[in-house]
Design a binder for this molecule. Structure first.
Ligand code: MN
Length: 613
């Protein structure tokens, strides 16, 4: 039988030594009672003179058998002689007791070893901060070589590393003070990555206990896709992937986005995240258009790519709410595709399936036989509950606010109203929606996070909430009234061959401009007045600008996206584009073709069958 001789690897200590085993040592020095033998850099034993067999000098190799490890850690050795070639050598690797990041709190002041994925690398003026993610959580590991100098330059974003260091608390934040960090490669890295992935998969899965708030076939049918989207968002939070939430800048879009924002911020906090970092990891941006404009995607790309370089941040998940589902988003999706970005959508605009190849999830009521009556705010609130059920009571009124603001006629709206009847009347919800729309007009591209939270009564200050909403509603009403007094005398009427009443309202020359209400809203208000005046009759209202028109209709079987497409084909020199919902939308054209386009549009609208309502 071949003997085994062990060599104690670097980092090993007395805990890695087994009594009775033979080790390869090196003579370190002599004392009167015997010889000291190093088993590696930091572990040595004593060869008592009674156990010495041969004469040695310093730094000689020597084979020793471990007689005994004393309770105080002293190691007693005995020299053995084995002929060359009669034994094999084996390296003893340090026995690693891995810790998990969610366990650090109980290990303050102690050394830990963590295997994790590097999710962010930030160079400060002092240490280099590696944010690492394992199967249990995310924490920072601080490594210091010299002030402002990048430590472990061989470690890159996305590497699997083994970090050794002391668990510590700095400014009340847990962190590891790194004494060694090693990039794992090949199979070793694959195994760790697989372990982290498996745990993340399970952790990101939304709870089975969360069920839809209301009885709805549409919501039920959308539930699997909503769970999928919620899981994608939870996973982004757990892996420190930034989230950019783009949404239509109206009350419905705001309700959709703020419900998800509330759930995500709470989830970051629940997962032990740094609240000061919230802005960094989650950004909500309103978009003026109901689609992802080139201007928006360009701004987002610019910022995220700089952050990627400057802060070693991952590329974000882009989430589009109350927009994102139509052909008009295509140019932006081609951009996100170049950078291989994750894009997901929750929308209730009529979807074009050509965009689905760019999306990792797409929640849309049209996919399951529903329509725009199940609004983005309703979808967002259900998704937010799947992300983090603990925020439910704070956002429970959002679906009703969104539904009323977006003029939903779906039965779902009544169910959502019923949920909150003890706290909010239908009128309260309407007022909140009006206040959101009015305030967002002045906020322009800003998210106005805290103001919006006050309007939505998320700030635990009901008195300020109602004062603010009352003020904004009366300001909004006064501005609308002024606009209607100006516009209505100029509205012209005609009867179409289909029997529908068509009204033309000038939103440029005969209306206040660059103030509230903007042209789309002004046209809607004109339309509402006319619908009340012509009860039971089909009504189409065109709000006409210099190079655009806003279309509102009731009681006519319109298909605006289809109309825009056919006009574009028939009038190639008119520069036509646009779309929207089936019965509410807008169209753009070149100013010089204005009268031809309006004439063609009236011709097309006459072709849609009109009903009495
Ligand atoms: Mn909407």
């Amino acid at each position: 039988m071949t003997e085994t001789v062990y060599r104690l690897g670097p980092g090993c200590d007395v805990d890695d030594i087994v009594e009775g085993n033979i080790y390869m040592g090196k003579v370190q020095g002599f004392a009167t009672f015997g010889t000291f033998v190093n088993l590696n850099d930091k572990t040595k034993g004593l060869l008592h003179k009674s156990n010495v067999k041969t004469e040695r000098k310093e730094r000689d190799n020597i084979l020793v058998l471990v007689n005994q490890i004393r309770p105080n850690g002293n190691i007693d050795l005995r020299e053995v002689e084995l002929p060359e070639g009669s034994y094999e050598t084996k390296l003893v690797a340090k026995k690693i007791t891995l810790s998990r990041l969610d366990d650090l709190r109980s290990k303050i002041g102690r050394n830990v070893t963590i295997e994790a994925d590097v999710v962010q690398i930030k160079q400060t003026s002092g240490p280099t901060i590696f944010t690492i993610c394992d199967d249990s959580g995310v924490e920072d590991a601080a490594a210091f070589t010299e002030a402002g100098v990048r430590s472990y330059p061989e470690v890159n974003l996305g590497d699997i590393v083994r970090v050794f260091g002391e668990a510590n608390k700095r400014n009340n934040q847990l962190q590891i003070e790194v004494s060694n960090m090693q990039v794992l490669r090949g199979e070793e890295a694959d195994n760790v990555r697989a372990r982290i992935n498996k745990a993340l998969e399970a952790r990101a899965e939304p709870s089975d206990d969360v069920k839809p708030l209301i009885e709805s076939e549409v919501i039920n049918a959308l539930w699997p896709e909503m769970r999928k989207l919620a899981k994608i968002i939870r996973r982004a939070v757990f892996t420190q992937q930034p989230i950019i939430l783009r949404h239509h800048a109206d009350a419905d879009g705001i309700c959709a986005a703020v419900s998800v924002e509330t759930a995500v911020i709470q989830l970051i906090k629940d997962a032990g995240g740094d609240p000061d970092m919230d802005n960094f990891l989650f950004r909500r941006s309103p978009s003026k258009a109901p689609f992802y404009e080139i201007e928006d995607v360009t701004r987002d790309l610019d910022m995220m790519l700089k952050d990627n370089v400057r802060f070693g941040q991952k590329l974000p998940l882009i989430l589009l709410m109350d927009n994102g589902s139509t052909e008009e988003d295509m140019p932006s999706y081609k951009m996100t595709d170049v950078y291989n970005l994750d894009v997901a959508v929750a929308d209730h605009h009529h979807p074009d399936d050509t965009i689905d190849k760019y999306l990792i999830a797409h929640v849309n009521p049209y996919h399951v036989g529903g329509d725009f009556g199940v609004t983005a705010g309703m979808l967002g609130t259900e998704i937010a509950r799947l992300i983090n059920p603990s925020v439910e009571s704070r956002i429970l009124h959002f679906p009703a606010v969104a539904g009323i603001a977006d003029r939903s006629e779906a039965p779902e709206l009544q169910s959502y109203l019923k949920l909150i009847e003890a706290n909010y009347t239908q009128e309260d919800c309407r007022s909140i929606g009006i206040a959101l729309d009015y305030e967002q007009f002045w906020l322009r591209f800003n998210d106005g996070r805290e103001i919006v939270k006050d309007i939505l009564n998320l700030n635990n200050s009901p008195e300020r909430h109602s004062k603010l909403v009352d003020l904004l509603v009366s300001e909004s009403n006064a501005a609308i009234e002024d606009q209607m007094n100006t516009m209505m005398p100029h509205v012209t009427a005609q009867k179409l061959s289909s029997g529908a009443n068509l009204f033309l309202a000038d939103v440029e020359m005969l209306a206040h401009r660059f103030t509230f209400p903007p042209p789309g809203k002004s046209s809607g208000e004109v339309h509402d007045i006319l619908c009340k005046k012509y009860v039971g009759e089909p009504v189409v209202t065109l709000g006409l600008g210099p190079d655009f028109a806003v279309i509102r209709s009731r009681g006519v079987l319109m298909n605006i996206p289809q109309m825009v497409r056919s006009m574009r084909d028939e009038m190639p020199g008119a520069g036509i584009s646009g779309g929207g919902h089936l019965v509410v939308g807008s169209i753009k054209f070149v100013e010089g073709m204005r009268s031809e386009v309006i004439a063609k549009m009236i011709e097309k609208i006459s072709e849609f069958p009109a009903n009495t309502v």
